[in-house]
Structure formats: structure tokens, C-alpha cells
Design a binder for this molecule. Structure first.
Ligand code: PMP
Length: 436
């Protein structure tokens, strides 16, 4: 190949085909896709129906500007989503990916407050979080390595802590950590001045950055109460956790979280189309009013994207993949525990549904992370790839700089046999880099 693709890495294999949980390269090697790419592919690779739906919509009408037309696929998709989203009376704004969805939701929050005559603009995010790579998304996130080159452009957002059971900062661990975190958030809101705070953004279950961190059950109810009391909108980032990934349609459901705004992407079109969704509650939408969201993208409200999203929704439903995610997820958790639970460098194995993570440490007793300079995650990923399994990196877990996380999020169609093989291959890769 000519090498004119902007550097994504040299000597990459050439992917040619995918089926279910497997990808085949040009040399005929097969990889078990343990991460659906970047936890993207929910329905599996090579589903012909999705291609057919995309082709049919493209042949009918690929594009008509969102300010001039709506479309049948778009309307049907939004209606169907409203039936499964945890957002009351949901209004769906389709975009091209997660970062765009985050930017859109942040603007919706600002527009909502402006429409109510309040100049609220500060968004609170959480430590160790990731919400995308555009400037607004980078600002509300807090991955130091990703932010460092762009710091002069950032600095509008504030950050509070993330519940992270394995390294919990709460002095009342484990009895009342959720409430403690909510109190920390409230202190920050009060310090900033509630009249200046527009929104709080967080993943209901932390994904790539902190690797499948499930908060305590009391966390979201307490956070939602604090935000409501101070007029701060809750934005649930379900880019990674949406569309069945954690064993429910959306991870918010596990905690009874009813967000004002929600963002999704990845699993929405399962990688078959670049699709993201910014969702507002009916109340937020009606307060903003149609005219006052100063925003738009050429490719928002895309007719083919909506057709792809609908076809994926049909596939998830017909094949009962949300339930499958819960069942296979429990199996994967147990299989990882059986292979790696006693490994001297495995500190924690955690997750929900088919979003799982293994945290690697120097020492299990002290929970000391490896310095990033040892590149443990990268070495395990390379060993895994050589052995035929794809794992997603969630580096920088402990304090944003050090730490090693292996994140697993295979397509929800993974079979029972593949779950066992995935755990075997992950254990092999870990053992090769970190002998027990
Ligand atoms: N939010 C979360 C939680 C994510 O995991 C990601 C992608 N990893 C994004 C936002 C950004 O999505 P995208 O890469 O599609 O812009």
C-alpha cells in the first residue's frame, strides 16, 4: 500500500473481511475481536441486512438538508428510539459520532439555560473521563495525555471525582461512597456558584478511560438529586455503554438514572455508518424552542444514517442481543476470573454485561500501578494480536498518567465457545508479558 493514509501506524495488517466476532486480514489470519474495535460493533461483523438497508436508503435518497426536509427513516428511527431511551419524551438529534454528539448536548444545555434567562455556562466533568477529541469534549474530559498539547485551548470546564471502587478516594468506603461523591459534586457546584453551572456530564458506567467502572448503587440517585436541586442538567454519556453493551438498552437503567440529555454513538449503528445521537428530554427541547439552538452540521439528520440505525435496532431486537449481552457478560466475567483471578499482576477484574476490564498492577497488595513508561498495556495488546485476539487499551487508569487496563467489549453476538476462547487468549497474552 502507498502509505498516504495520515499516520495511524506503520505495518498494520490489511483487514479484508469480518463475520460475527472475527476479522480476517489479507494474509488470511483470523482475529477474535474482543473489543468490537473501540467497543463499537454490537451486532457483529458482516451483517448483510445492514448493508442492504444502507443501499436501499441511498438509492431512494441519500441526502436532503435537515433544515429543509425530514424523512421517513429519520422519523421512524427517532420514534423507535424514544421507546427505549431512558430520557423522558426524548427528542433525537442525529450526528456523525460521539464527539459531535457531546458538543451538541453541551450546546443544548447552554441554550436551555439561556432560554430561561440564566447565563449558565460551566460544565462539570469527572476525573479520568473521556468524552471525545474535539475541543469542547476534551475540555469536559480529563485524560491528561490527550489534553496536554491543547491545554492553551482548554480550561472552561470543572472536574469532580469518579467513583472507582478499586481505588476509592472516599473515607467512608465502601458504605456510602456514592453519597460521598455526590456531596463532593455539590461542594464544587456551590464553590463555582450554581447560577454559573450548566451541566454535569458523566458515563453511567465508565468505559475506556477508567475501564468498566461500575458506580455504587447509591451514586446516581444522589447525584441526580444534587443536580436537580441546583438546576444543573445531567448529561449521560452513553457513547460506549448504549445499545445493549452493559446488558440493558442503556446503562442509565441499572441505576434508575433519568438524564436530561444523553449522548450515544458506537453501538447505535455498530460501525456500519458513522452515527451519533444527542438526545434531549421533551422538557429541555421545549424550553430551548426550535429556533434558539444555534447549531448544525452538514451531515446531521442523515437519511442513510437513520436507515442504518433502524436496521441495527431491528437486529438487536430480533436477535435479543441486549439479553445476550447480560448473559455472555456474566460468563466472560467468570471466565476471566477463573483464568486471571489469582495472577499476581491482576489487581481487578470488573464490568457489567459485555463491557469488562482487567486492571494490571505491579503488586496486588499495594495496588501499585506500573509506570506508563513500561507500556504494559501496549505489550499485552501486541502479544494478544500475535496470538489472534484484539483487546482495547484503557491506559492511564490510576491518576490519568500511570496504570494499565485491558478493556473487553466483544460484539454482543459472541458465542459461549468464543467467550471461553477470548478469556484463554487474554490470559495467554497477559502471561506472556507478565509471567506469574
Ligand atoms: N464518549 C465516550 C464515553 C467515548 O467512549 C467516546 C469514544 N471512545 C466518545 C465520547 C467520542 O466518540 P467518537 O470517537 O465517536 O467521537
Amino acid at each position: 500500500m502507498g502509505g498516504h493514509v495520515f499516520a495511524r501506524g506503520r505495518d498494520l495488517p490489511v483487514a479484508v473481511r469480518g463475520q460475527g466476532c472475527e476479522i480476517v486480514d489479507a494474509d488470511g489470519r483470523t482475529y477474535l475481536d474482543g473489543s468490537g474495535g473501540a467497543i463499537v460493533v454490537g451486532i457483529g461483523h458482516g451483517v448483510a441486512e445492514i448493508g442492504a438497508a444502507i443501499a436501499a436508503q441511498s438509492a431512494d435518497l441519500a441526502y436532503a438538508h435537515g433544515s429543509a426536509f425530514t424523512g421517513t427513516a429519520l422519523e421512524e428511527y427517532a420514534d423507535r428510539l424514544a421507546g427505549i431511551l431512558p430520557v423522558p419524551d426524548a427528542r433525537v438529534y442525529p450526528v456523525s459520532g460521539g464527539s459531535e454528539a457531546v458538543e451538541t448536548a453541551l450546546k443544548m444545555a447552554r441554550a436551555y439555560h439561556l432560554a430561561r434567562g440564566e447565563d449558565r455556562h460551566i460544565v462539570i466533568g469527572r476525573s479520568g473521563s473521556y468524552h471525545g477529541n474535539t475541543r469542547g469534549a476534551l475540555d469536559v474530559g480529563s485524560r491528561d495525555g490527550l489534553r496536554a498539547p491543547y491545554l492553551p485551548w482548554l480550561g472552561q470546564a470543572a472536574h469532580t471525582g469518579t467513583p472507582y471502587e478499586y481505588r476509592c478516594a472516599s473515607p467512608v468506603h465502601p458504605q456510602a461512597c456514592g453519597q460521598w461523591h455526590a456531596t463532593q459534586l455539590e461542594s464544587l457546584i456551590e464553590q463555582l456558584g450554581p447560577q454559573r453551572v450548566a451541566a454535569f456530564i458523566a458515563e453511567p458506567v465508565s468505559g475506556a478511560a477508567l475501564g468498566a467502572c461500575v458506580p455504587p448503587q447509591d451514586y446516581w440517585p444522589a447525584v441526580q438529586e444534587v443536580c436537580a436541586r441546583h438546576g444543573v442538567l445531567v448529561v449521560a454519556d452513553e457513547v460506549m455503554t448504549g445499545f445493549g453493551r452493559t446488558g440493558t438498552w442503556f446503562a442509565s437503567e441499572h441505576f434508575g438514572l433519568v438524564p436530561d440529555l444523553l449522548v450515544a454513538a458506537k453501538g447505535a449503528a455498530s460501525g456500519y455508518w458513522p452515527l451519533g445521537l444527542a438526545v434531549a428530554s421533551g422538557a429541555v427541547h421545549d424550553t430551548i424552542g426550535e429556533a434558539s439552538l444555534t447549531h448544525g452540521f452538514t451531515y446531521s439528520h442523515h437519511h442513510v444514517g437513520a436507515a442504518a440505525g433502524l436496521a441495527v435496532l431491528d437486529y438487536l431486537t430480533e436477535h435479543e442481543l441486549v439479553t445476550a449481552s447480560a448473559v455472555r457478560g456474566d460468563q466472560l466475567g467468570a471466565a476471566l476470573q477463573a483464568r486471571l483471578g489469582e495472577h499476581p499482576h491482576v489487581g481487578d477484574i470488573r464490568g457489567l454485561g459485555l463491557l469488562r476490564a482487567v486492571e494490571l498492577v505491579v503488586n496486588r497488595d499495594t495496588r501499585t500501578p506500573f509506570p506508563r513508561s513500561e507500556r504494559v498495556t501496549e505489550r499485552v495488546l501486541a502479544a494478544g494480536k500475535a496470538a489472534g485476539v484484539l483487546i482495547y487499551p484503557g491506559t492511564g487508569c490510576a491518576d490519568g498518567t500511570d496504570g494499565d487496563l485491558l478493556v473487553l467489549g466483544p460484539p454482543l453476538v459472541i458465542t459461549s465457545e468464543q467467550v471461553e476462547r477470548l478469556a484463554d487468549l487474554v490470559a495467554t497474552a497477559v502471561g506472556e508479558v507478565l509471567p506469574a
